[in-house]
Design a protein around this ligand. Structure first.
Ligand code: NAI
Length: 368
């Protein structure tokens, strides 16, 4: 099979530790990808680029269409923009898909109670307060503007409904705060039901975001696909990560019509950086989303089965698992996943992939 080249940015903090770990697994599994490493994030800010991205890095991502990205630090304070937000906006990756699924071998209160969780959050990814349009109105009054647009809402809702249909979702739910923010969240909710009319085969409903949080904690198995505005989607995502064992297990993709970015939900974990302790699973699962996006479903299934076998064995990094079993470092964890390639889980169903075929063509970007 021909190899396809994707852009890879290792990121800051634990970024290079977990990216190296994941690429080592890909290489051991013979995944037919080449990597073009680009600089984004902290060193780029430090070199004086206030966006955190060089023009060359931008060009490379646009050529390849796919960016596999480690977490990147957003420097605190004024004058620089979050590279994560910039990347999503520059490439109009309007839908942030985040999957929270019970993993066999990762114990939680729900897994112990025999309650399976499989929730997909679709977070609007480029509007809302993440525009970062803030200023001081007076010395004592700070103002933040929140943009919610009809085209912005329609594109994320359409993506969510298409996905719900494709995955035969039991239910698609809109989370919002339209009872208070009647105009902005009101527009998000109104457009949700506008789009719902084109999908009469799906059960569509809505829940106010605070009630949603309570219901997710009490009965997470009642939810399937949930679409939310940007900030609320970010917060609810971390809540869902907690339900399935933590941020170490939460993968994501940022989907646009031309460029897609695959990254873990978590950040740079400065408290464990350089200690060889990081859990690479969330980035690995994001990489598997990327492989499936490219049509490499068999490679994805082989690696996922090796991961599940590893988790079922009780092997774990320090952020999860039983205290009775000493925690492994990132390298040891990865070595065992590699040894398990070709094997599958025994306590859960092995994942089955379709025959691999690249179904991806590099994007043609509209002229500026
Ligand atoms: P964080 O996600 O980096 O860390 C929160 C907690 O989870 C920490 O205790 C950390 O050790 C733990 N953790 C996270 N990932 C882990 C992993 N793979 N294995 C084991 N433990 C893990 O969030 P925090 O501390 O709020 O943010 C740190 C930096 O990351 C900030 O500069 C923030 O802006 C950035 N960030 C970047 C994101 C991205 O690149 N998409 C997303 C979220 C935050």
């Amino acid at each position: 099979m021909d190899k396809y080249t994707i852009a890879v940015a290792k990121g800051d903090g634990i970024g290079s530790e977990i990216m190296d770990a994941v690429l080592r697994i890909f290489d051991a599994a013979g995944v037919p990808l080449n990597y073009e490493f680009i600089e984004m994030g902290k060193p780029v800010y430090e070199a004086g680029h206030s966006t955190g991205m060089t023009p060359l890095a931008k060009e490379r991502v646009e050529e390849r269409g796919i960016l596999f990205k480690g977490p990147m630090e957003t420097p605190k304070g004024k004058g620089v923009k979050s590279i994560n937000v910039t990347a999503r906006k520059v490439w109009n990756t309007y839908a942030n898909k985040r999957v929270f699924k019970t993993l066999s071998g990762v114990e939680t209160v729900f897994s112990k109670a025999g309650i399976p969780i499989d929730i997909t959050i679709i977070r609007e990814n480029i509007e809302d307060t993440y525009g970062g349009i803030e200023h001081m109105l007076t010395r004592d009054v700070a103002l933040c503007r929140r943009f919610i647009t009809r085209p912005g809402c329609l594109q994320v809702h359409r993506y969510a409904f298409d996905l719900a249909r494709k995955k035969k979702a039991r239910r698609i739910t809109c989370g919002h705060k339209a009872n208070i923010m009647k105009i902005t969240d009101g527009l998000f909710l109104e457009t949700f039901y506008e789009v719902a009319k084109d999908y009469p085969d799906l059960v569509a409903d809505d829940v106010i975001v605070d009630d949603l949080c309570m219901k997710l904690v009490v009965r997470p198995n009642e939810f399937d696909l949930v679409v939310l505005p940007n900030l609320q989607g970010d917060i609810v995502s971390d809540l869902c990560a907690g339900l399935i064992g933590g941020l170490g297990f939460a993968p994501s993709s940022n989907i646009g019509d031309h460029i897609c970015i695959f990254e873990a939900v978590h950040g740079t974990a400065p408290d464990i950086t350089g200690k060889g302790l990081a859990n690479p699973t969330a980035l690995l699962l994001s990489g598997l989303m990327m492989l499936r996006h490219l049509g490499l479903t068999q490679y994805s299934a082989t690696i996922e089965n090796a991961l599940l076998k590893t988790l079922e064995s009780g092997l774990h990094t320090a952020d999860f698992g039983l205290e009775a079993i000493p925690a492994s470092g990132t390298n040891e964890f990865v070595n065992v996943i590699i040894r398990n390639l070709g094997h599958g889980p025994s306590k859960s169903k092995p994942v089955v992939g379709l025959p691999d075929q690249f179904k991806y063509t590099a994007p043609i970007l509209p002229k500026e």
